[in-house]
Ligand binder design. Structure first.
Ligand code: AP5
Length: 215
């Protein structure tokens, strides 16, 4: 099963993607997480991407598609996977279809998480993330029970460098200009499932589970 999460920055793609990954026992593949690891390791991809990410812009399509191509070739992806933050442009979506079409695979469902801009800004500015396992927290709505340490693995939790108000606004603009058209793209293919993203994390997750095709 191949599932993709689509939605603006802060809509809950990572939060729900991780939960669904644990529930379905399928890998959670988040291009943003992979890129942040590359930045942290100061690899050549990380060095090329850091400035782009810090400004709230997208890395080039061939870079994002290359990351996904390498990742889904790993053995843990044979039963399927959950995409978070990819595809993010029509170009990426088309090249992904071509890639998985070579092995007769297709995307089964795209969950579009709908949240208004005012809530997105509040969520992103208060978000914290575990440096090791990537679990997401929110200082008000989902604080770690372990203070400034991750309640899952005990590591430090931190604020992302692109979660500053000016960068958040740029990310929202980039989403509208380059990503939102994917809603129509997947709707036309009858793969799009609308998810009301403004209720609690548990309620959003319940709605996602109810809408998984074939479940
Ligand atoms: P990426 O890491 O993908 O960031 P994003 O799309 O901006 O999304 P976020 O991770 O910010 O938000 P989210 O929707 O996952 O929300 P979350 O669950 O954390 O990308 C970062 C950068 O990498 C991009 O800007 C770009 O430069 C590059 N990049 C990545 N992929 C790329 C691609 N394919 N092509 C080109 N460039 C790419 O939730 C947010 C907060 O809200 C958390 O604190 C959470 O606890 C809280 N929360 C979640 N749900 C709820 C709820 N229901 N109620 C209350 N609080 C909630």
């Amino acid at each position: 099963m191949i599932i993709a999460f689509l939605g603006p920055p802060g809509s809950g793609k990572g939060t729900q993607g991780k939960r669904l990954s644990e529930h379905l026992k399928l890998p959670h593949i988040a291009t943003g997480n992979i890129l942040r690891d590359e930045v942290m390791n100061a690899s050549s991809l990380g060095l090329q991407s850091k400035d782009i990410m810090d400004k709230g812009n997208l890395v080039p399509d061939h870079v994002a598609s290359g990351i996904i191509s390498d990742r889904i070739n790993k053995p843990d992806c044979t039963e399927g996977f959950i995409l978070d933050g990819f595809p993010r442009t029509i170009e990426q979506a088309k090249s992904f279809d071509t890639l998985i079409g070579k092995t007769n695979q297709k995307i089964d469902a795209v969950f579009y998480i709908d949240v208004s801009d005012a809530i997105l800004i509040e969520r992103l500015s208060e978000r914290r993330i575990c440096r090791r396992c990537g679990w997401n927290y929110h200082l008000i709505y989902a604080p770690s029970k372990n203070g400034d340490k991750c309640e899952k693995c005990g590591s430090e939790i931190y604020q992302r460098s692109d979660d500053k108000i000016e960068t958040i606004k740029q990310r929202l603009k980039v989403y509208e200009e380059q990503t939102a058209s994917l809603i129509y793209f997947y709707k036309q293919q009858q793969k799009l499932f609308n998810i009301r993203g403004e209720s609690t994390i548990d309620r959003v997750f319940k709605e996602i589970l109810e809408k998984i095709p074939g479940k």
